[in-house]
Design a protein around this ligand. Structure first.
Ligand code: FUB
Length: 465
């Protein structure tokens, strides 16, 4: 299930192609993500909507008010509890969830109960092209309408129940008018890069209280607009013996004909710190396997958390590993990319440095960028310095990316930078509090342009919706 590819660009009437029998436990796996509406099968013209934070199926027509159309539009995203299933996010940022068997619209608290209650798995509907939704934590039930209210009821093998619990995914009543998050759903700490002319995004999976997510997905694109979801590429549960949670801030680099994924994670028992590890694959979309079977940097080896890894490779082929929280570290990597000489670790902490080091080179100048303040703070922001080598010395130049309250954009940080191939066109991927209802653990990923002034300094980055 993890290796599926989904493309987000489909906005026309959608059909579900590979479906299983209605009563079966297996999940259909082809729900397209992105903005959609859900039409009742047995009451055509009625659509799933929320009203006073409760789920209903109500008539929606081209003459309906903008509010009704908006209430009947949801973004289908990565399931908050499982990437094999789905969650449905309303325009106000809240999610459909069940509680006391009623379908409601609520804010993601990030705790395990909410995430499970807000995750639905897709199975075949009563008629071709329709879908039925089973609660992730109650597979014996289905989302169905009853007196036009939405409930999750125990499945009954009757024609009436099957019809009441079947919906067609249609084009959204409220089409997307802004760029929005470039990948639907809650993600953070994006590492953007380009391999062989194709862009790749590797984010933290977000929406978990305490950032307790456990897996990484990969996304790719040729135009930075339409992104393909390549599924889970590394899952701490089965894939990493020394980490169970806190799957944070992956960074992927190509070297030696292979792809190396640097990441951090914490163990459920005993130690409380975050370790930093490295995984390897023959493909940028994985699957990745833990390269060492142990952390590359064990928690506590250096002051501060061993998080937010990033690798920069200079023109001479030498790669450098950067990481740190509170203290910024750099060390040249050995040619194998999975070891280094500990005597060569040095600190490059700049004033304001919090985390999320990122280094690149342009016209012979090295740029060291980082995030300042706490990721839960709306003032989370990106600053940078320039230097004459990958190790510095560095001169701080200031903040280049920060909140934009006139658009409701907050907490802009943990970024990465990519250059369009054969050009001097640059882009920055970063996360922000999900618009409109996000916070420091409900973040979303976006991409904006990054430009340089004539003197090589970075022009202020303008966040856009
Ligand atoms: O996503 C978890 C943590 O939040 C990252 O490691 C930090 O950079 C901050 O964004």
């Amino acid at each position: 299930m993890h290796r599926r590819a989904r493309t987000f660009a489909v906005l026309a009437l959608v059909t579900v192609s590979t479906l299983v029998t209605p009563a079966g436990p297996a999940h259909a796996d082809t729900l397209p993500t992105g903005a959609r509406s859900l039409e009742s099968v047995n009451f055509p013209g009625r659509y799933v909507r929320h009203a006073d934070y409760l789920g209903r199926v109500d008539p929606v027509t081209s003459g309906s008010t903008a509010q009704v159309k908006s209430d009947a539009t949801f973004t289908v995203v990565n399931g908050l509890a499982s990437p094999s299933c789905y969650s449905f996010q309303a325009a106000n940022g809240r999610f459909l969830r069940h509680y006391d068997w009623r379908v409601r619209l609520e804010t993601n608290t990030g705790d395990a109960t909410f995430r499970a209650d807000a995750t639905f798995c897709a199975v075949a509907g009563s008629v071709s092209g329709s879908v039925s939704l089973t609660p992730f934590n109650h597979p014996e039930r289905r989302v169905r309408h009853r007196n036009y209210e939405l409930w999750v009821d125990t499945y009954q093998d009757t024609a009436a129940f099957r019809a009441d619990s079947s919906f067609r995914l249609t084009a959204p009543w409220t089409p997307k008018t802004t760029k929005g998050p470039v990948i639907p759903g809650l993600f953070a700490d994006p590492h953007i890069t380009n391999f062989n002319g194709r862009y790749y995004l590797y984010p933290t999976t977000d929406g978990y209280a305490g950032w307790s997510g456990t897996y990484y997905k990969a996304f790719s694109s040729t135009d930075l607009v339409n992104w393909t979801d390549h599924g889970v590429i590394l899952d701490h549960g089965p894939d990493v013996s020394w980490a169970d949670n806190s799957a944070w801030a992956p960074a992927v680099v190509a070297k030696n004909g292979r792809y190396y994924l640097y990441f951090s994670g914490g163990a459920a028992s005993g130690d409380t710190g975050k370790h930093l590890g490295v995984a390897v694959s023959d493909s940028p979309t994985g699957p990745f396997r833990d390269a060492l079977g142990k952390p590359l940097i064990r928690a506590g080896t250096y002051a501060g958390q061993a998080i937010d890894p990033m690798v920069f490779t200079d023109d001479n082929g030498q790669s450098y590993l950067y990481w740190g929280n509170g203290t910024a570290y750099v060390v040249p990597l050995n040619a194998d990319m999975v070891s280094f000489d500990a005597t060569k670790v040095r600190t490059i902490t700049q004033s304001g440095f919090r985390e999320a080091s990122f280094v690149f080179k342009r016209n012979g100048t090295y740029y060291f960028m980082w995030s300042e303040n706490d990721t839960r703070d709306e003032d989370y922001q990106v600053a940078y310095a320039t230097g004459t080598s990958p190790l510095g010395p560095w001169t701080k130049r200031g903040v280049v990316l920060q909140k934009r309250l006139d658009l409701g954009i907050k907490g802009t940080g943990h970024h990465s930078v990519v250059k369009a191939p054969d050009s001097d066109t640059w882009y920055v991927a970063y996360h922000r509090f999900a618009v409109p209802a996000g916070n420091g653990t409900n973040r979303e990923v976006t991409v904006d342009r990054m430009a340089f002034n004539a003197d090589g300094t970075i022009a202020p980055i303008v966040p856009t919706l």
